[in-house]
Design a binder for this molecule. Structure first.
Ligand code: IPM
Ligand code: MG
Length: 350
């Protein structure tokens, strides 16, 4: 089993270090290597997804990523920005299926800005298409037309892309509560009319799963009004980006949300849903739990080791029950800890 670790920028190195300690503590036989992605790669090589990283990523079975980005690279030309590295590795490895589970741990019911009764028991899975849509569509650019600048992007999906992500959602629902809600904007956008049609066609192969459709603006509202109505939500790249950040706040903190990005053969890249948080980087206060939970997803989806995945998740539950909290999920009466101490607590609980 080969794991490539890409710590990235900002808090990335701190949080991946804790997830690596947890993985190593499990005594499974991994080969681990580390490489550069994002802003650190731009600084070292001029390329956010350098050739050396590409080679290692293609050879690895799974990739564990911290986070990329930071203000110091925002003025670089687009192809030298950290985000380009992240989009590059997703596309290069064909990681079209992004799973973002939003689960509320009972201990954190008060950490959410929503009323505890609205979020208690929340367990939803956002299935976001990750290698298509307006993120990658051509043509795109900024150019001068009729004497003024215009900016443009293309929202585009092929039916094969829609079908394969719909299948991932239906299969996932079969292991959960057998409900899929597909989110689109078919009242305005043709691209998402096709989305709705193809998801509906695909549903015929899954008669045991209940399919519903929702427009994205309504879905954004329903997620805060009554989030527990959802089981699996499937949507395109851009809507999924936005809705998954929204869903993270139902769980108390974006610092708790892991993610898996999978190809057709369950090779995967695992990363927290949150960003590189440059404002707290290097201070040792970031919450490592989303990255540790991403390592659990790696064991489950790529290495098929459900027992080890559950072991990590149970350890996280235990440290929350013990009252350990990083700043983002802190409440009075709890034990405030930093990144390293949270890692220590998870190791002890393991
Ligand atoms: C995410 C992030 C990325 C995205 C950025 C950093 C390019 O927001 O993984 O959700 O938009 O996909
Ligand atoms: Mg995002």
């Amino acid at each position: 089993m080969k794991i490539l670790v890409l710590p990235g920028d900002g808090i990335g190195p701190e949080i991946t270090a804790e997830a690596v300690r947890v993985l190593k503590a499990l005594d499974l036989s991994f080969e681990m290597e580390e490489a550069l992605l994002g802003g650190c790669a731009v600084d070292a090589t001029g390329d956010p997804y350098p050739e050396a990283t590409r080679k290692l990523a293609r050879e690895a079975d799974a990739v564990l990523l911290g986070a990329v980005g930071g203000p110091q690279w925002d003025s670089h030309p687009r192809e030298q920005r950290p985000e380009r590295g992240l989009l590059g590795i997703r596309k290069d490895l064909g990681l079209f299926a992004n799973l973002r589970p939003a689960v509320l741990y009972p201990e954190l019911a008060n950490a959410s800005t929503l009323k505890p009764e609205v979020v208690a028991g929340l367990d939803i899975l956002i299935v976001r298409e990750l290698t298509g849509d307006i993120y990658f569509g051509q043509p795109r650019g900024i150019e001068v037309r009729n004497g003024e600048r215009v900016g443009f992007n293309t929202m585009i999906y092929a039916e094969s892309e829609i079908r394969r992500i719909a299948r991932v959602a239906f299969e996932a629902a079969r292991k959960r509560n057998r409900k899929v809600c597909s989110v689109d904007k078919m009242n305005v956008l043709e691209c998402t009319q096709l989305w709705r049609d193809v998801v509906t066609e695909t549903a015929r192969d899954y008669p045991d799963v209940e399919l519903s459709h929702m427009l994205v603006d309504n879905a954004a509202m329903q997620l805060v009004r009554n989030p527990k109505q959802f089981d699996v939500v499937v949507t395109g790249n851009m809507f999924g980006d936005i809705l998954s950040d929204e869903a993270s706040m139902l769980t108390g903190s974006i610092g708790m949300l892991p993610s898996a990005s999978l190809d057709e053969k369950n090779k995967g890249l695992y990363e927290p849903c949150h960003g590189s948080a440059p404002d707290i980087a290097g201070k040792g206060v970031a919450n490592p739990l989303a990255t540790i939970l991403s390592a659990a997803m790696m064991l489950r989806y790529t290495f098929n080791d459900e027992a080890a995945a559950t072991r990590i998740e149970n350890a996280v539950k235990k440290v929350l029950a013990q009252g350990f909290r990083t700043g983002d999920i802190f409440e009075p009466g709890m034990k405030k800890v930093g990144t390293r101490e949270m890692g220590d607590a998870v190791l002890a609980a393991l």
